[in-house]
Design a protein around this ligand. Structure first.
Ligand code: GAR
Length: 221
């Protein structure tokens, strides 16, 4: 359908979050269209998910570029051809340069598997287990030049149970948290309910707290 907001999704792997957003667009939860899925990894399973849904794909292998700036510059060029209203990082395992983050400021979001501001960076599930945390989860946030440091939009948690392993936690965070909060945050963005103003996230005209809106603890759909 014409005039629907256009979403570009960037992936590196399985693409289960991409699938949740595809499902949200197909069911009508999200009134938008995914215009392209870009991967830096030609073997990413998410590319097959996109093809199955009839979404154009692009592969940009970072190993073919001299440095991060050269790669990010090509990525900006590639994405600009689609004129996306929103760019969704869904397991895109690249550190982005300011060249990229500034090109799409205010319309670039990411999901990170931790209760930010706790555990930016890698190995978040292991770090939560090692620290003896009672809860773990994921956070959707606007992307700025600071790694996993942009303003949080939406966050949800699970309880860490006796006997949990890195793998069991990762799997529950994906299915019980990420696949619920990412489509919801995308829906809010395309409905213009959430935006970044002066480096802060706002939802329905209210400043969002430093950990994001708490899914399941506060009412909002
Ligand atoms: C997700 O857990 C996502 O939060 C994480 O990668 C996984 C991708 O899964 N992203 C990061 O760690 C980014 N720093 P998916 O490919 O099945 O959506």
């Amino acid at each position: 359908m014409a005039n629907r907001p256009q979403i570009a999704v960037l992936i590196s792997g399985s693409g289960s979050n991409l699938q949740a957003i595809i499902d949200g667009c197909q069911s009508g939860q999200i009134e938008a269209e995914i215009c392209v899925v870009v991967s830096n990894n030609e073997e990413a399973f998410g590319l097959q998910r996109a093809e199955k849904a009839g979404i154009p794909t692009q592969i940009l292998d970072h190993r073919n570029y001299e440095n991060r700036e050269a790669y990010d510059s090509e990525l900006v060029h590639c994405l600009n051809q689609y004129q996306p209203d929103l760019l969704v990082l869904a397991g895109f395992m690249r550190i982005l340069t300011p060249l990229f983050t500034e090109a799409f400021v205010g319309k670039l979001i990411n999901i990170h598997p931790s209760l930010l501001p706790k555990y930016p960076g890698l190995h978040t599930h292991r770090r939560a287990l090692d620290a003896g945390d009672s809860h773990h989860g994921a956070t959707v946030h606007f992307v700025t030049a600071e790694l996993d440091g942009g303003p949080p939009i939406l966050q949800a948690s699970i309880q860490i149970l006796d006997g949990d392993t890195e793998k069991s936690i990762a799997s529950r965070v994906l299915s019980e948290v990420e696949h619920k909060i990412y489509p919801l945050a995308v829906k809010w963005f395309v409905e213009k309910r959430v935006q970044m103003i002066d480096g802060k996230a706002w939802l329905d005209g209210e400043l969002v707290g430093s950990s994001g809106f708490q899914y399941g603890k506060e009412e909002k759909t």
